[in-house]
Write a protein that binds this ligand. Structure first.
Ligand SMILES: NC(=O)c1ccc[n+]([C@@H]2O[C@H](COP(=O)([O-])OP(=O)(O)OC[C@H]3O[C@@H](n4cnc5c(N)ncnc54)[C@H](O)[C@@H]3O)[C@@H](O)[C@H]2O)c1
Length: 446
């Protein structure tokens, strides 16, 4: 099929590359000219495992192209996916300017029947609004079109695999013609069994928010349990294994830590709360999920502050992991970024390392004094008074503790991901502060 993509970010680029890989002809459009020109030169603007090869191969085989020409992308496409950003607005609502701008441009250039699909995460009612905008702006009112919603569930860091082997594909549409075409488009991704779930458009839009809210709730739940564990001398890692073995609970997404971040959970929760508010619905649970999450990174920072007697002036903090999770360079709403900012404000020096997120972090902290980005994890702890760990990259899991001890000015580790066995790290002479574990917690390994 001939596919058009509006917005070549994490979702748009992965979607485009994966559809091209399955034999479709894909044209990607973005308002960011720099991004398109880099892509045309074969440079991939984001880090995502497997994506670079996929993009290069499909460009070379003429199934994937990039343009800043709206007319080209619309004319070339039978199905157009809108995958532009939907960031938070001032009140927490989703900012839909990019979605509506795309819809208008599509309408102005549409010359034959097309299906326009919202793939971005959009509040209930947005796809209907897109339909209205298309109708209002068609250059020829006799041209027919359909709209659909097809929310994306890929995870950054595993986006290509998630897209290629999805757990489910949600399609919200109004008629069987669209459902059949979407079924055909997604058939190659569904070979191991039917993955496509067709529903009405409003339910489809809501499914995405409900999924993210549920996952975020599990994390905040576990972080609150961790706080109680820490206070009463229980080990949250043992508790996690204990409850995760219950199939009704399951062992995924119950890891305590520094709280969730990234470009989706925080903003999508805020948008869902705002949608509910506008509809007159109270969101006691969702409000708490957000609050617990905001507190969690603050509590982590306060632990560090307390350790240094409330004064970070003249202290050097090493940081491992800047992005909100491993295997991505996305630092949007990452806990590490907030904590680094607070530490700098308190007069600390910060030496931060991340295997792939440093270029984005450098841009984020440009011009700020006291922050540096050494080349490796050991350089980041050199001369440090403490190490703060924010993500569970494999390279952080089994470090050379002896080497670290020699390099650090003071051997203290604040582990926001519970990577190590407390008794072991402490026996090596470190002051070790994990999340939700007592001083002698062993994570069930005794
Ligand atoms: N990143 C994820 O893991 C993920 C997963 C599922 C869903 N989503 C959702 O998908 C959407 C896109 O997310 P992302 O992370 O890919 O965003 P992104 O910020 O990485 O990319 C968005 C792209 O859209 C472009 N853009 C903005 N306005 C435009 C316009 N008017 N016309 C054309 N292009 C425009 C930007 O230049 C940018 O390249 C969001 O709604 C997000 O919530 C993201």
């Amino acid at each position: 099929m001939r596919i058009g993509i509006f917005g070549v970010g994490y979702v748009g680029l992965v979607t485009g590359a994966c559809f091209a890989e399955m034999g479709n002809t894909v044209t990607c459009y973005d308002i960011d000219r720099k991004k398109i020109s880099r892509l045309r030169k074969g440079e991939i603007p984001i880090y995502e495992p497997g994506l670079e090869d996929l993009v290069r191969k499909n460009v070379a085989e003429d199934r994937l192209s990039f343009t800043t020409d709206v007319r080209e992308v619309v004319e070339n496409s039978f199905i157009i996916f809108i995958a532009v950003g939907t960031p938070s607005g001032r009140r927490g609502e989703a900012n839909l300017e990019g979605i509506f701008d795309s819809a208008k441009k599509i309408a102005e250039n549409m010359d034959s029947y097309k299906i326009v699909v919202t793939k971005s995460t959009v509040p209930v009612g947005t796809t209907e609004r897109v339909e209205e905008i298309l109708r209002e702006n068609l250059k020829d009112p006799s041209i027919e079109f359909d709209v659909a919603n097809n929310p994306e569930f890929l995870k950054e860091g595993a986006a290509v695999d998630d897209f290629m082997y999805p757990d489910r594909i949600i399609v919200g549409c109004k008629n069987s013609r669209v459902a059949e075409i979407m079924k055909e488009l997604y058939a190659p991704f569904s070979r191991r069994g039917e993955k496509l779930i067709v529903m009405d458009v409003r339910s489809s839009e809501m499914t995405k928010y409900a999924a993210n809210a549920m996952l975020a709730t599990r994390i905040s739940f576990m972080n609150e349990i961790a706080r109680v564990c820490e206070a009463v001398g229980a080990d949250v890692e043992s508790v996690r294994k204990g409850i995760g073995s219950d199939p009704r609970i399951g062992n995924k997404f119950i890891y305590p830590g520094v709280g969730f971040g990234g470009s989706c959970f925080p903003k999508d929760l805020r948008a869902l709360i705002q949608t509910a508010r506008e509809a007159g619905v109270k969101t006691s649970l969702l409000d708490s999920v957000v609050r617990v999450n905001e507190e969690q990174r603050r509590l982590f920072f306060e632990k560090v502050l307390t350790y240094f007697g409330g004064n970070l002036k003249g202290r050097t903090l090493g940081v491992w992991g800047i992005a909100f999770k491993p295997k991505t360079d996305d630092i949007r709403e990452a806990p590490a970024v907030d904590v680094m900012e607070w530490a700098l404000k308190e007069g600390a020096r910060v030496k931060a390392y991340d295997p792939v997120a440093v270029p984005n972090a450098k841009a984020r902290f440009r011009g700020q004094k006291g922050v540096s980005f050494p080349r490796g994890p050991y350089e980041a702890v050199k001369g440090a008074d403490a190490l703060l760990i924010f993500t569970e990259w494999p390279v952080f899991r089994e470090p050379d503790f002896e080497k670290m001890k020699k390099l650090m000015k003071n051997p203290a580790i604040f582990d926001g991901r519970n990577l190590y066995t407390p008794a072991r790290v402490r026996s090596l002479g470190f002051d070790y502060f994990p999340i939700g574990r007592p001083i002698d917690g062993d994570g069930g390994k005794l």
